[in-house]
Ligand binder design. Structure first.
Ligand SMILES: C[S@@+](CC[C@H](N)C(=O)[O-])C[C@H]1O[C@@H](n2cnc3c(N)ncnc32)[C@H](O)[C@@H]1O
Length: 367
């Protein structure tokens, strides 16, 4: 066992533990929105200047004013729904054209578009290698073995499912996703003989996690990059506990802060991922009513920053194909908004040398 519980937020020893006055947070939110909207509307700033301004500012925020990241009360309160504002989230983000994600995230026979961090620490040199390394790492940490019945919650375009099915001839996977466009992509793959999704060992459920009902139980639940959209860990864990066999385990992977509290940013909330929140590293183990954390890991923010840099490069390299897709807004505006999203995220992950914002992974068993 490799339990590293005391690690949490020890990097930011001097982080403010009290909440800054509401007025300070309102001013910080307004400044971020002013800058972001000016950029979207045409303010010309080179990328290096954006990054070299945001990174030191965010490092200061992480170390001394971290409660500015509590941009609104809902960021630290449990929501009524399990996953938050899901329909709006689908419209704004996950139902954007498949082609955008195919070109930006990359696609290969083994690695379908994967909208989560790659693992660069083990000498990967390309995005595809980093994503494979991450999935191999997941298989090992989650203890997946041949013959397992697996549930993949928030499965994206089926990247983890397809990869795991390719490695284990007797694994069966059920995958849940609310996005129509992502499900359409997987349904297409389920018709293609060279896709592992067509092996009849893959079941797709197009539904909202809030309302989904499952009659059968699983050996493993994996969920990668979905719990950022969950606002109520208590209710969500209660629901997931019913999906597991008695000795089953959950492998939960999320973006996470080594801070004493959750955080979010107003630009990302308004334009990119409505009601997303970044859970602090201790939040999951603090909800032990239904699951006990038996192991956990924190992956340095440089992994995500490097992944985002590849996505930005891909996005820039495919302008010709991307400019003709339907984003619901004029392309030049979308392009600037999307590039700023990627730049903000690179800065968030690289601030404080990647030690504060990174990815958390938890292996949990039913209590
Ligand atoms: C950041 S993506 C990660 C996708 C995938 N796990 C991966 O690593 O590529 C989050 C996924 O959660 C799905 N999702 C978000 N809210 C959902 C909900 N309420 N019910 C089901 N799926 C949801 C999205 O459609 C998307 O596929």
């Amino acid at each position: 066992m490799n339990l590293r519980l005391p690690l949490s937020h020890d990097y930011v020893e001097s982080s403010t533990s009290f909440r800054l006055p509401q007025q300070a947070i309102a001013v910080s939110n307004a400044v971020q929105m002013w800058f972001s909207e000016a950029y979207i509307n045409g303010l010309e700033i080179p990328d290096f200047l954006v990054l070299n301004t945001l990174k030191p500012l965010l490092s200061l925020v992480y170390q001394y004013f971290s409660t500015l990241l509590i941009m609104d009360d809902w960021v630290i309160q449990e929501s009524d729904d399990l996953a938050e504002d899901s329909r709006h989230l689908m419209r704004l983000q996950y139902n954007l054209p498949t082609e955008l994600f195919r070109l930006m995230l990359g696609e290969s026979y083994q690695i379908y578009p994967k909208y989560s961090v790659g693992l660069w620490e083990k000498e990967a040199t390309t995005l595809e290698e980093a994503q494979k390394t991450m999935l191999d790492d997941l298989i090992e940490k989650a203890g997946i073995t041949d013959g397992d019945e697996i549930l993949d919650i928030g499965c994206g375009w089926g990247s983890a499912s397809n990869y795991i099915l390719s490695k284990f001839p007797n694994v069966r996977i059920t995958a849940i996703n609310l996005s129509q466009t992502q499900c359409a992509y997987m349904r297409q793959k389920m018709q293609e003989p060279d896709s592992y999704l067509s092996s009849h060992r893959f079941t797709l459920i197009e539904e909202d996690f809030n309302t989904v009902y499952l009659a059968n139980q699983f050996d493993r639940i994996i969920t990668i990059g979905f719990f950022e959209h969950v606002g109520n860990l208590t209710k969500s864990f209660a629901k997931m506990a019913n999906f597991l066999k008695k000795d089953g385990q959950v492998f939960l992977h999320i973006i996470s802060f080594q801070l004493p509290h959750n955080g979010m940013a107003p630009f990302i909330d308004k334009y990119i991922f409505p009601r997303m929140r970044v859970w602090h590293y201790d939040a999951v183990p603090a909800h032990e009513q239904h699951f006990k954390v038996i192991d956990r890991w924190f992956l340095d923010g440089y992994n995500y920053a490097q992944t985002l840099r590849c996505w930005l490069k891909n996005f820039d390299a495919h302008q010709e194909e991307l400019k003709n897709l339907d984003y619901g807004i004029e392309y030049q505006k979308f392009r600037r908004m999307w590039r700023l999203y990627l730049l903000w995220c690179i800065a968030y992950f690289e601030a404080c040398k990647g030690k504060v914002l990174g990815n958390a992974q938890y292996l949990m068993k039913v209590v």
